[in-house]
Design a protein around this ligand. Structure first.
Ligand SMILES: NC(=O)c1ccc[n+]([C@@H]2O[C@H](COP(=O)([O-])OP(=O)(O)OC[C@H]3O[C@@H](n4cnc5c(N)ncnc54)[C@H](OP(=O)(O)O)[C@@H]3O)[C@@H](O)[C@H]2O)c1
Length: 332
């Protein structure tokens, strides 16, 4: 099969479209003919070698990519309800040593897959898994945000992939939502339902938050970190939670920050996507899309051989919505 692969860690120009063997199909795997693959910031971080520890057992050429949408072409003996011909959206088995989603075919564990509803297209679906499920878990998982109706939440980094989902999920759950973005994305975030869109370049985030929520916030989902909120704990009410979406530097020392939060009367939780059962969260998310309670983030699509441009753009850090790679077939 054809795949976009790298032969060593490096910049975006390391990608080449190469022939690689079809992935092995495990007993509980599904083989998907990939129509579209989603692109995430984690992909460029892996490509550059920042997450190379996770690939200790992987040989080059390495096929990256975390998210896919396509059609089932084969199923393992214990692949549950899935059958050939179904349209599916899914995660990957990259960290289990299988090729990622930037390829014509993908073998993926059945627990990371769900069916795509009739009126949802492949591009739209491929944009969901990593960004959508991470946002869903950060807001709603009992050991993370556990967000309730009527609470106040700030989404830091709201105009990107994760943020575009998080804003809508939080509104759907009945929360009041503040967001950060540059000026160019304020109207976009209002269109997604943001109650308080803050321009992080020209406004004082703390002043704006306390004018809006004088007691402090119930929850922050921080998808930027790196000190971008200043003293983030000071934005929370007593007992409020900061969910830090792990970025490159994991935004600090986990033990020290957790203890410091406790001392300040708030909670800091470092959140990583848990993809073991991501099919279940994906199912809930695509159902919201099918019922028009969730709109797709704007998608910029790239042809398979434009992988270098796509990676340069995601690495720039200012995508609105999502980037998707069109690999084969009809993407609608
Ligand atoms: N650990 C995990 O499991 C996990 C899972 C998913 C994502 N992540 C991480 O979460 C982060 C966000 O992911 P993503 O998919 O949403 O990325 P993304 O789509 O690349 O995010 C781009 C957005 O970030 C905004 N932004 C940049 N600097 C900002 C700042 N200082 N304040 C507010 N907004 C800012 C930009 O808005 P403007 O253009 O308006 O500045 C842009 O819309 C990434 O670092 C990613 O690696 C981690």
């Amino acid at each position: 099969m054809k795949a976009a692969a790298i032969r060593r860690w490096g910049d975006a120009t390391e990608f080449q479209i190469v022939e690689v063997p079809l992935p092995d199909l495990g007993d509980e795997d599904i083989l998907v003919k990939v129509t579209c693959a989603g692109i995430n910031p984690a992909d460029w971080k892996m490509r550059a070698g920042f997450l190379s520890d996770a690939f200790l057992n992987t040989a080059f050429p390495l096929v990256l990519g975390l998210d896919a949408a396509g059609v089932v072409v084969a199923v393992g003996d214990n692949a549950g309800e899935f059958t050939k011909g179904q349209r599916v959206v899914c995660g990957n088995n990259l960290f289990q040593g299988k090729p990622g989603t930037y390829a014509e075919y993908l073998a993926v564990d059945k627990r990371k897959v769900t069916l795509i509803p009739e009126h949802v297209g492949f591009e739209t679906a491929a944009a969901i898994p990593t960004a959508g499920v991470t946002a869903w878990q950060a807001l709603f998982a009992k050991d993370k945000g556990a967000l309730k109706s009527g609470q106040t939440v700030l989404i830091n980094g709201a105009a990107g992939g994760l943020g575009s989902f998080a804003v809508q999920f939080a509104k759907w759950a009945g929360a009041d939502v503040a967001t950060t973005s540059s000026n160019a994305n304020l109207d976009y975030l209002t269109s997604l339902g943001a109650d308080l869109p803050i321009d992080y370049k020209t406004q004082d985030i703390r002043d704006e938050i306390f004018k809006w929520a004088p007691q402090g916030l119930d929850l922050i989902v921080d998808a930027v970190s790196g000190g971008s909120l200043g003293d983030a704990f000071a934005l929370l009410r007593p007992g409020g939670k900061l969910i830090s979406i792990a970025t490159l530097d994991v935004d600090g020392d986990v033990q020290r920050d957790t203890a410091e939060a406790k001392k300040r009367g708030v909670v800091k939780i470092f959140a990583l996507l848990n993809d073991e059962q991501m099919g279940e969260d994906l199912k809930a998310i695509v159902a919201l899309m099918a019922s028009s309670e969730l709109v797709s983030p704007p998608i910029k699509s790239f042809q398979f051989d434009q992988i270098v441009e796509a990676h340069e753009e995601i690495e720039g850090g200012h995508v609105r919505g999502k980037l998707v790679l069109n690999i084969a077939g009809d993407h609608s």
